[in-house]
Design a protein. Structure first.
Ligand code: FMN
Length: 176
């Protein structure tokens, strides 16, 4: 039987799709057939043996449309392996790793809907010119000025690859 996996994501400023693509690439190299699709374009989960879903973080939470995706598909997600990831800037801070357990709680609303077989917490990126809202842009300019966050691409491709590798047995050996 083909192991067909959906890697789906939600993003606002364009850093999360690359994380999803990298997860998809690693799973493909590990003998899965993988579709990488934005959540808003997913019609049905019925053809997939497993689902990996991730979202950018805003205000310490998954994007609302990403939580809505899990809510809408919770029955289908409960009967197949489901893994969740988030992409944020806190992990890109010099002391970011100290906040890992706190960051993990940002997935609690997802866990309350469907229990993931694994969760991935990743640093994303910051390009202030891509932030839609004026007051948010101002807040980020100040955070950069005061050295809290640094603009640029902070994605850790090795960490993403390692997480995707350990997903393989979790996506294969699943019983409810
Ligand atoms: C308005 C706004 C709020 C954010 N809030 C948080 C936050 O609470 N914690 C955090 O670690 N990162 C936060 N970030 C950083 C994003 O999670 C990070 O830039 C991520 O890479 C964005 O992914 P995307 O480009 O796929 O949307 C925020 C970014 C924006 C623009």
């Amino acid at each position: 039987m083909t192991n067909k996996i959906l890697v789906t994501y939600s993003s606002r400023t364009g850093w999360t799709p690359g994380v999803a693509e990298a997860i998809g690439k690693t799973l493909t190299e590990n003998s899965f057939q993988v579709d990488v699709i934005p959540m808003l374009e997913v019609q049905s989960l019925s053809t997939y043996n497993g689902v990996v879903a991730g979202s950018a973080i805003r205000s310490r939470a998954w994007l609302p449309e990403a939580v809505q995706f899990i809510r809408a598909h919770q029955d289908e997600l409960r009967v197949r392996p489901f893994a969740a990831f988030l992409v944020c800037m806190t992990l890109a801070m010099p002391s970011g790793e100290n906040y890992r357990s706190q960051i993990s709680t940002w997935l609690d609303p997802v866990r309350a809907l469907v229990k993931p077989v694994s969760t991935g917490l990743f640093a994303g990126g910051l390009d202030i010119s891509r932030v839609e809202n004026f007051s948010d842009r101002l807040m980020f300019k100040l955070s950069v000025m005061f050295g809290v966050w640094k603009e640029g691409d902070h994605r850790d491709w090795n960490a993403i690859h390692q997480w995707a590798i350990q997903l393989k047995p979790l996506l294969l050996n699943y019983s409810e």
